[in-house]
Design a protein around this ligand. Structure first.
Ligand SMILES: [Zn+2]
Length: 305
């Protein structure tokens, strides 16, 4: 199901368009409106985590199936060939039902979701995975650092927000995914990049999505914001900081035509939808630059005591 590919090989994959996303005809047609305007209407006060929002097509075979305030992304495969779909993130425990209903509103079956992936291992993004796993029977892949958090439902002691995070229903982790690994499901291929900072086990994802010959590289970049409990100081953890900056550099350098984030507000998703296009080839760099500034401000604040 998964295979390792180094970054140079992955760049070639993206450039050459192989493996391409399934052709449009292989994606089951949505049986409900999946237009973006529907979502911007419904999610006008859109940052509420558990507020239901309708699903919409991001591009090609990639769909937003999250709530108004928390993203979940479905990438559809060729279910006729029994390969199935990939779902990234499960929202809060309460959001699992909303996400499953959004998948079904697209005319798709939860039982065709074969693979579950995650951004960062906090209750607002992975709290619903156990229930989504129960409904789909899908395999869940996690980063080595996130895996024990997902199986226990309790944040790791080295998480900057340790002690302030809600626990959540434990899920079954079926395999680990490492930095630079390409996860494959049928014709789908998604590259994982470890981007620690907001949490130790955070992953960002990159894949290619085509509508006919019209292709986009989509990046689902993690939150990456430097938030912590009152006692934690990022400056006290040089190794963590170094890994944090490496991840930010990778995000900045991503080939990235459409940027999505676990909290849609963080990347201005609604504003872009209202402007009529999610496309912004400069978005990943701007996003990483914004986080770097926040991190530098935070370190300066810590140094001032
Ligand atoms: Zn969050």
């Amino acid at each position: 199901m998964s295979a390792s590919l180094d970054r140079a090989a992955w760049a070639l994959v993206l450039l050459s368009g192989f493996p391409a996303a399934p052709a449009q005809s292989q994606t089951p047609p949505p049986s409900a409106p999946a237009d973006q305007a529907h979502w911007t209407d419904r999610c006008a006060d859109w940052d509420e985590w558990d507020k239901p929002g309708p699903p919409f097509r991001i591009h090609g075979n990639s769909y937003y199936v999250g709530t108004c305030g928390i993203a979940a992304v479905l990438i559809t495969g060729d279910s006729l060939a029994d390969a199935g779909h990939v779902l990234i993130d499960g929202g809060t425990a309460k959001d699992a039902d909303l996400i499953a209903r959004n998948v079904e509103a697209l005319g798709l079956r939860m039982s065709d979701v074969k693979l579950l992936l995650h951004s960062h291992e906090h209750f607002d993004h992975v709290g619903g995975l156990a229930e989504l796993q129960r409904r789909s029977g899908a395999r869940l892949l996690a980063s080595p650092k996130a895996a024990p958090v997902l199986t226990s439902g309790i944040a790791a002691p080295d998480d900057p927000q340790f002690g302030t995070l809600d626990s959540f229903p434990p899920a079954r982790v079926d395999g680990e995914v490492k930095d630079g690994e390409v996860v494959r499901l049928g014709d789908l291929a998604l590259m994982a990049t470890t981007t620690p900072g907001h949490s130790p086990g955070a992953l960002s994802w990159q894949w290619k999505s085509c509508a006919g010959g019209d292709c986009r590289t989509i990046v689902y970049a993690d939150s990456l914001s430097p938030i912590s409990n009152d006692a934690y100081r990022f400056g006290d953890h040089p190794a963590y900081l170094a890994a944090y900056r490496v991840g930010l550099d990778k995000v900045a350098q991503f080939d990235c035509q459409i940027l999505l984030t676990p909290h849609p507000t963080a990347s201005g998703m609604r504003e872009r939808l209202l402007k009529g296009s999610l496309d912004d080839p400069a978005a990943c760099r701007a996003y990483a630059d914004g986080i770097r500034k926040r991190l530098d401000d935070r370190l300066a604040e810590e140094a001032r005591g």
